[in-house]
Design a protein around this ligand. Structure first.
Ligand code: GDP
Ligand code: MN
Length: 385
């Protein structure tokens, strides 16, 4: 799950990370009020007006603007609210005290699966997207894996500070921020926490000018405070639908809709489709049951993506019985009389003979193995392009 910058900053602030004062606003009038509050606290122009959307690259899209006077606050807020950034409509702006920037640093933590550890990434090339730095000048990034049993050690934070040439006066802030970010990352079960840019100011303070936190969905059960921050309106609409029906669904960009029982099999199915030069439209694990209702929801969901022209059902009956799944599919199709997307189906395992008998008089296209099914689905999909 992703949260907005202003929410991430509030969390980081509670962990001692230095952030500029600011508040979120959904109207021009309120943005103006926030600007007054900043001024009342002794703040000076420029202020920053920032689009709150869950995608990155707002700066380049015109979603981050400096306001040098009250009028700027109004005009910038007006122009940013309602703006579309990478398909997301801006509904709120963060109005914040501007920072006088000497240098921009990148500081982030991710989980590194190969190392099985959280890994800090730090770079003096802040402000740009780290993916670009990694691709073009990887030597500009320092990776610091942290042993979670030992925790973040002082020599590691010093190593990071040295790598970005932190001046002596900024050292204390820098180290506090790194430690705060690490604690927030661990305690809140993040999958990513990033400050880009972490700014070294003209008077050598170190302040988070931006913040991004992603959370492990499976840990949200123990973080009610974070779960309520979910911005439903900004999730992919199909994924929101899927969550409502308890379907494990991830949308992709291909034309072959995959419906599979079991996450591992679903991954393997996508690989197999790719192997035959097809492109899966989604990851979808319908779980063990495959009741007709679930199947119908899954089918509707997948074909509501206009790119999808073929469906590949790949079911392995271990605990679940194939004949029940077949009945579920037939029932689901009966609920959708205008169905016209070809469905390739591979059903193997418990009671597969009965299942095949049930499907014999339906338009479903049988396959006896997973690879045969994937191949057929790819061929059919290609012929329908
Ligand atoms: P992003 O483009 O979505 O990552 O948005 P950021 O919050 O990172 O802002 C993009 C860029 O705007 C930063 O890299 C800075 O160069 C600039 N910026 C952001 N906040 C301030 C600020 O307070 N003062 C100044 N002078 N520039 C800022
Ligand atoms: Mn940024």
């Amino acid at each position: 799950m992703k949260i907005h910058e202003y929410q991430a900053k509030a969390i980081l602030r509670s962990y001692g990370v230095k952030t500029p004062y600011g508040e979120v606003a959904a109207t021009v009038a309120w943005a103006h009020t926030v600007a007054k509050k900043i001024s009342a606290r002794g703040g000076d122009f420029p202020y920053v007006i920032k689009a709150q959307v869950l995608v990155g690259g707002r700066g380049n899209a015109g979603g981050v603007k400096l306001a040098h006077a009250d009028d700027d606050v109004k005009t910038h807020t007006k122009s940013i609210l309602g703006m579309s950034i990478k398909g997301e409509t801006v509904k709120q702006v963060l109005v914040e005290q501007g920072i006088a920037i000497k240098r921009e640093i990148y500081l982030g933590i991710i989980i590194d699966r190969a190392r099985k550890k959280p890994v800090f990434m730090v770079s003096a090339a802040g402000g740009m997207e780290i993916e670009q730095v990694a691709a073009e000048t990887p030597e500009k990034i320092l990776f610091v894996p942290v042993d979670i049993m030992l925790g973040l050690c002082d020599y590691q934070t010093r190593e990071m500070a040295c790598f970005v040439d932190m001046p002596k006066d900024g050292m204390r802030d820098f180290i506090n921020n790194v430690k705060g970010l690490y604690r927030a990352f661990i305690e809140k079960d993040c999958s990513l926490a990033e400050i880009n840019p972490l700014v070294l100011t003209l008077n050598d303070e170190v302040i988070a000018a931006d913040a991004k936190m992603n959370f492990d969905d499976n840990a949200l059960g123990r973080h009610e405070d974070i779960a309520v921050m979910r911005d439903e309106a900004e999730e992919a609409p199909l994924e929101r639908e899927a969550r409502k029906f308890h379907l494990n669904y991830v949308k992709l960009d291909g034309a072959i809709g995959c419906i599979v029982n079991g996450a591992g099999l679903a991954m393997a199915t996508m690989d197999m489709v790719k192997h035959f030069d097809g492109e899966p439209a989604n990851f979808l694990d319908i779980g063990g049951g495959a009741k007709s209702e679930q199947v119908a929801h899954a089918l509707r969901l997948i074909v509501s993506d206009p790119r999808v022209n073929t469906i590949f059902f790949n079911i392995f009956g271990g605990i679940v019985r194939c004949d029940l799944v077949a009945l579920g599919i037939i029932e689901a199709l009966n609920m959708m009389p205008n169905w016209n997307t070809p469905i390739v189906i591979r059903l193997a395992g418990t009671n597969e003979e009965q299942a095949h008998a049930l499907l014999k008089d339906t338009p479903l296209i049988p396959a006896s193995t997973m690879s045969e099914g994937a191949q057929k689905a790819v061929e059919i999909s290609r012929s329908r392009r």
